[in-house]
Each structure stands twice: as C-alpha cells, then as structure tokens.
Design a protein. Structure first.
Length: 466
C-alpha cells in the first residue's frame, strides 16, 4: 500500500518509509492511498479474535511491507506491557459503556499506539542500520507514552516539548523521572500550540530534518492513527456480539483530532458496525465550532482541568479536511495556507452537511466536567478522569441526536493522573495504581527553555545522535 501527502507534492511511499518520514516532505500529512473496507464475512470472523489478534489483522492491512511473522511479534511485544489481557476492556456504567484505554504503562490511551510505534521504530532502524532522533510536543499524555515507548531502545534518542506548568503534576513527573540517557525533556515557556508550531516548522526544514535524522512521534505519524483504529473495531464488534446491536456509537474527548479521526477511519473500515461519533471538547472548542458552524477559527488557549485537550490548532484536522475536500490536495493546500495566514477556515454548506453526517459535537465547561465526575461516581461507583468526563458530558448533551444503539465513551486516562480534579469533584483522592507510586521521590531531569524555535534547534543539535 502506498501513502500520499494531503498536499500532493510528496512522491508516494510505502508503510515503512511513511513511519520514518512522519511529516510529509511537503508539509502535509500522510494517508493511505485507499482505506480498506472489511467485508461482512471478515467482520464476523474478527468477532472471535482477541485484541492482539485483531490488531495484527488490521495493522497488516496498512503495514503490508513488513513480514506478517515480524508484525505479529511486534504486536505481541507491544501489548504484553498492558495490565489486562483484554488490553482495552469495555465496561458497562449505567446506560452507557466505557472503553478503558488506560491499561498501558503510562495509564493513558496514547500507550496503545506508542508502545507499538516504539517497537516498530527500533525494528526498522535495526533493519536499516540507522539512527533516529524523535522530536515531539505534548499537551500531557503523549510525552510520557512516547518516552516509555522508546526509553532505553537502541539507536533512538527522544526530545519531548511540554508547556511548562500546564500539564498535571503527575504527567510532568511521568516524563521527567525517566532515567535513561536517550530521553530529553524540554519544558517550554508557552502553550502546547507553541510547541506544536515549533515542531512542525523544524520538520518542514528538510535539510535540518535530514542532517539530524528526525522522526515524529506525535499523531502526525500515521502509525499512531492506524494503531488506534483497532480499539474502535474491537469495542464495536464486542458489543454487537454482547448486545445484539446493529451499530455502536462512540463519544470521544479530543483536542488534536487524532483519536476521533481514528474513529472516522474505523467507521470507513468496519462500515455499519460503527455509528455516530460524538466529538467532545472542553472550553478550547475550535473543533466543536467547526462541526456545528462550519468555521475553523483559531483562538487563545484556555488552561483547564483537562489539559491534554487545551489545544486550538488540531494537527490531525488536515487529514479529515483531505477527505472532506474530495481528496483534492490542491484545495487542501490552499485551505491550510489561508488558515495559516488568517487563523480562519470556512467550508461551504455542502461540506458542512457532510461534516454533520460524520460527527455530532458539544463542548463542556469545567463546572460540567466536575459535576459529571461527581454524578457518575455517586450513581455508579465509577471514577472518571476529567478528559473522559468531558466525553461523557458531551455524549449526554448529544444523546437525542443519536440513533438507537449502545453508546461507548472513551476513557482516555486513569483518574489517578488527575488527583486534584477528582478531589474537587468527589472530595476523595483516587487510588494510585502501582505505576504511579513513588514518582515524587524519584530524581527528575528537565530543561526549561523559552518557546523559541532557534533555542530548540540548538538544543537538538547539541544532543542529537548523528
């Protein structure tokens, strides 16, 4: 399978090359030339598979230049780090279901993709006899999941930017207490959007990217999206079997559009098994405004109790825009250029109608988030983190727009990662799982730097493996 850029000016590449390229050389994002569509017979056969078996089948559709036996080994190795054999269990809570995506080593949904991507990077580099310097920005969970995915791995160094003082204390400790010397944490004095803009600009400098052998671990890397497709299909097929449902709906808390874009692709792959996607945002609601009004307008980042969603420029939005604009790379390029210049992008009535066929959306404020955590805990004894609570609250707002069928709310992080929010909502501290115990007692390593691209470039140049 070939991979193409959303901007159409990068020659088609195979899966392995797409993994290592990260951002396309023309500044666009890579997508498969075609999205596979599973037949009804295939979907029925997939219902009998375990999570790792299903992951192999789905990833093999996209990674067709990796020997199946090797891909199987990489998948099994990646998910052996999770604390439940189901990997992403589906749990009933009242009149909805929770898809628990926090059973990996850093207790966040990013582990599902980044454990696999870290092992894949190591294998590909070993095959080629090459080195890589991974560069990424995080609004909270991506950083620790990426670090845990490649810590101590051969031929890899990783540089992660996070906004200083704007991630939860637990998230910061998870990143900065990793002792391996191939890990470099950079806290920038700015927002996640500042860090993301620096990363994208550096990747667009092809000479610098080539000289320092930079690789991407943010969701601009196609592998991140492909690996996340699996849990949508897994949950939908499980509930079809368990509930006798025709289709299953999903509520997804999102800021960078990567997780819900994986859901969009999963629906294209699995067809009618996956129903409506509820796009849930916090006060940083640029994506909700786009779904409901057809206007994608950059605003000022508002710090919230769900910091991983405090984003105003969603890096994966361009991938969806590519399909919305009829897979026309010239129209995508023009639209993104207008957005870069004016901070605003509008679509016509026909495109807006298509968006409303793909998503319904609602934004949720801080008071509603806290109330949702409290209400669900008191009614059902189930504790949500503040990001997952945004998804549950948005689903409640949109419930009347959904056809009949089970509703699954994605739980994107363990509540113990956000004890302050949980305490405010319930008056109690969440129980800490073993992975988080003793973090405060470990030594930390982190550089605090200005949100200045040249400063970040200089730091990478001094510490990169070349």
């Amino acid at each position: 399978m070939n991979y193409l850029s959303t901007r159409g000016r990068t020659a088609p590449v195979g899966f392995s090359e797409a993994v290592l390229m990260g951002l396309a050389t023309d500044g666009g994002l890579l997508l498969p030339e075609t999205v596979p569509e599973a037949s009804p017979e295939t979907l029925r056969a997939w219902r009998r598979l375990s999570y790792t078996e299903l992951a192999l089948e789905i990833l093999a559709l996209f990674a067709d230049d990796i020997p199946r036996r090797e891909l199987d080994r990489l998948v099994r190795r990646s998910y052996a780090t999770f604390d439940t054999p189901e990997i992403t269990p589906v749990v009933p809570v009242g009149d909805f279901f929770v898809l628990e995506l926090f059973h990996g080593p850093t207790l966040a949904f990013k582990d599902v993709a980044l454990q696999f991507l870290g092992n894949l990077f190591e294998w590909l580099l070993g095959q080629r006899g090459e080195r890589m310097n991974i560069l990424g920005a995080t609004s909270g969970d991506t950083g620790s999941a990426a670090i845990y995915g490649v810590r101590g791995k051969e031929n890899i160094r990783i540089f992660i930017l996070h906004p200083h003082g704007r991630v939860s204390p637990v998230q910061a400790l998870q990143m900065t207490t990793v002792p391996e010397d191939n890990v470099f944490n950079i806290a920038i004095r700015g927002t996640f959007d500042d860090g993301q803009a620096i990363i994208k600009s550096i990747f667009e400098d092809l000479a610098f990217k080539e000289r320092y052998r930079l690789g991407a671990v943010n969701s601009i890397n196609w592998t991140r999206v492909a690996a996340q497709v699996v849990y949508y299909v897994y949950a939908a097929l499980r509930l079809q079997e368990r509930e006798g449902a025709d289709r299953v709906h999903f509520a997804v808390p999102t800021g960078n559009f990567g997780d819900i874009f994986a859901g969009y692709l999963a629906r294209r792959l699995a067809g009618a098994a996956i129903g409506t996607l509820v796009l849930a945002t916090n006060e940083n609601n640029i994506l909700t405004r786009f779904v409901n009004e057809g206007r994608y307008v950059r605003g000022t980042v508002v710090p919230t109790i769900s910091p991983s969603m405090d984003i105003q420029v969603a890096s994966n939005f361009e991938r969806y825009l590519y399909y919305l604009l009829d897979e026309d790379p010239e129209r995508v390029t023009e639209a993104m250029a207008r957005f870069a210049q004016s901070g605003e992008l509008r679509v016509g009535f026909r495109a807006q109608a298509r968006v409303r066929e793909d998503f319904v959306s609602a934004s949720v404020g801080e008071a509603e988030t806290l109330e949702t955590i409290r209400r669900v805990y008191e009614a059902h004894g189930y504790l949500l983190d503040p990001h997952s609570a945004v998804g549950v609250a948005a689903a409640a707002k949109c419930r009347g727009e959904l056809p009949p069928g089970p509703l699954v709310c994605l739980a994107t992080a363990h509540p113990a990662k956000f004890p302050d929010a949980v305490r405010r909502a319930t008056g109690r501290d969440p129980q800490r799982p073993p992975a988080l115990r003793g973090l405060e007692d470990r030594p930390t390593r982190c550089e605090v730097l200005p949100a200045d691209e040249q400063v970040i470039r200089d730091f990478i140049a001094r510490h990169a493996a070349v």
